[in-house]
Each structure stands twice: as structure tokens, then as C-alpha cells.
Design a protein around this ligand. Sequence first.
Ligand code: 9MR
Length: 449
Amino acid sequence: MIERCQGNIRPKSGPRARTAVVLAAAGLLAVTTAAFLPGTASAGTTLGASAAERGRYFGTAVAANKLSDNTYATILNREFNSVTPENEMKIDATEPQQGQFSYGAADQIVNHARSRGMQVRGHTLAWHSQQPGWMQNMSGSALRQAMLNHVTQVATHFRGQVVAWDVVNEAFADGSSGARRDSNLQRTGNDWIEAAFRAARAADPGAKLCYNDYNTDDWTHAKTQAVYNLVRDFKQRGVPIDCVGLQSHFNSGSPYPGNYRTTLSNFAALGVDVQITELDIEGAPAATYRNVVQDCLAVSRCTGITVWGIRDTDSWRASQNPLLFTGSGAKKPAYDAVLAALNGGSTPPTTGPPTPPPGGGCTATLRDATRWSDRFNSEVTVSGASNWTVVVAVTPPQKISSTWNGTPSWDTSGNVMTMRSNGSGNVFGFTTMANGTWTRPQVRSCTAS
Ligand code: 9MR
């Protein structure tokens, strides 16, 4: 697999900013040195700089026609170190007529970003939506060929400029089926996704190649499992894939799930980077934004977060006020919570109570322990309660074969274990027989009693 730095991330001005040291030697030589102040306690003061200090990027979707808006551009240039063109790299924008490519608006964003040291995420090469009319009317091998040509041409045009591509977007159906979404691309054959990834790799071997989707945040959802199985299959068969994008559009119908961190870490455990690619949260609750950032920071292969727009008025869901800046460009409480979380502080959000941990009353954190050829141990640390009940689930055909430091009981499937404290402390453990499946067990809830 091609490893590539998440690129071009450099801290901007702020308390840890570069210090210009001008040395004059013999009255002739002047050297300007950029240095970080060692041991400076103060943290970064912008999203991008603070994310960079944690080895990550913080990005936003950008619309080319807003770059001339002074408020918009000022916030963009100050706060972010990654951009994703919101619509300008989509198929209808880049190949409006078959074989006639149009890159003006996308190039404008790429140039704006790269000239200021920001990286670019490419979005998106193959998608059932926002297809130009000519493509909507195609099918079969002609469509497959046209899709592959599109991937090749566009990825070639931006070669070396795009750090990561959403090669394929939203290819799975919603609901409980776990099936592929029906589309003209899907009807060209089930292998259309891997064909697109292979074409992208050939065209730009240096770009990270991502699969990107929404409603793939809750680990228990069929769609999440379906994407997980696709990525696992690709890794096993050597189909080029480097990252998974979780769009993470959260709202009352599709809320931030308590097992989000589990989802991030389970994808990462497949050997891919995980990126939060289109984050917005209805009402922008500071506590939820903070949780998302902390979840990403807790997973080393969660390499960055992109919010889907700058000001609430820039959002595709403007009426939900889901972003970090008001329509007039002021920082919202969610902004403060994100910045504090990036800076590693536990500063509570400035409005609203913190979201209680899932299950209420305590927090249970699972870590991988010893692994053998046929089984593995997990350890769960409980905080916030001394009498607790933790529910853990394993993925069939896995089976829990032994436990310690708690009193277990089981549901009828045998896959869900309820562990109660038995006076042995706040860490319990268990052994899982893998039976060929190495998915990490999930903590479903932690309840104080
Ligand atoms: O934010 C984008 C909006 O301006 C477009 O009208 C819309 C058209 O499909 O696409 C929006 O972005 C979508 C992204 O490309 C893919 N995931 C869902 C996003 C929100 O709809």
C-alpha cells in the first residue's frame, strides 16, 4: 500500500507560532528561522493548527463561487488546512459533455488551497448522483467504459494535487438490507467499485483512495457492516483502498451514535485510514461536536475531520444551523468545543450540559489484549461508577469462551454478554473465540447501579 503523509499541514499563527529569529552575521548574513517554542503551554488557536499538532487535518467543504466573499475567505484561510470542493469535482461539473472536461471551478479551489498550504480532498469520481445527462442515459459496458475513462481523466488531471480521493461515493442502500444501492453504475456489474479503485490507483498512484458514505457511523447498522465487509474484502484481495470516509451528517433522524468510536476503530483495524468527511450536526450541540473530535483523536488512524461548510448559511441544511460559524461569521459554542478538544483540554462546552455517556452514569472503554491464532482477549475499563453493568456484543460466529473480574449473563443468541461488577474492581476481561472473524467486540452500554 502506498503510504503518504496527509500533507502540507503546517501550523499557522498563534501562541505556538513560528518565531522569526533574524541573525546578522558580519553584517552580511540574515537567516530567518521558523521554530516552535518548546514547552509552550498554550495550545493552538485555530482548528487547522490545533489539528496539525495532533497529526491531523481539519478541513471544510468549499464552494468556488464563495471564495470572493471576504468573510468566507477570511475564515477559510485562518482556520482550515484541508478543503474539499463541495460540488466542483463531481461528474456533472468535470465532464458536462462526454469526453469534454471542465476543470475551471475545481482548479480555482485547488489553487486557492494549495497556494496557502492547505491540502485537498477530491470528491468524487464515481457516484450514482450528480451525473451529467449523457451519463444518466447510459448503461452496460458503454457506461462502465465511460465511468472508467472519467475516473482516469479526472484523477490524472489532479495527480499530485489531491491528497485523497473519494473514489466511490454512497454505493450502499439505506435500511437493513446491507445491499448495494441500485443505480446505473451498479447495474454494470458488482465489480464496478473495485474497477473504479483500480483505475484511480493507476491514474494517481500517490493519492489515498477512499470509499465514502453516509449513515455508516453506527456500528450496529447493516449499512456500516456492508461497507466494513467491502473494505475487508478489498484488503484481503489486494484491491487498492487506503481509507474510508464517514460523512457523518448527524441530525435527529440519524443521530451521533454512542458507538461511533467503535466504528472508527473497527474500520481502522482493517488497515485503512478513517476520515470524517462531511461533518455537520443539527443544531450544532457543542457536546456532540466535542465527542466527535475526541473519538477521532482516540483512533490513531483517524487522520482528519472535514466539516461540510463554514457558516450555517453555507450549509446544504442551512435551516438546521449545523456548522461551527454563524451566518455572520462568528464562532459558535461548537467551535470552542472543537478547538478545546483538539487542544486536548477537557474544557466543557460553553452551552448546554455535556452529553451523558451512552447508557448513562458510567463509561466503559474496551481495549485489545492478547491475541492467539484462534482467539483473543479484551479488557474493559469502567469509570464513573463502582457498581456497574456493562453490555458487550461479539460478532457471530465469534463466541465468548471465558471471563474474569465480573459476573456475566447472556442473551439467547449467546452473542451479547451483560457483565455486572462483583467487587473485583473496575476492569474486567473476556476471551473471544474468533471462529474466523476478528472484529473487535463492541461495548453497547454502561449503566451505574
Ligand atoms: O452540499 C452539496 C450540495 O451543495 C449539492 O446540492 C448536493 C447535490 O447532491 O450535494 C451536496 O453534497 C453532498 C455530498 O456531495 C455527498 N454527501 C451528501 C452531501 C449532502 O447532500
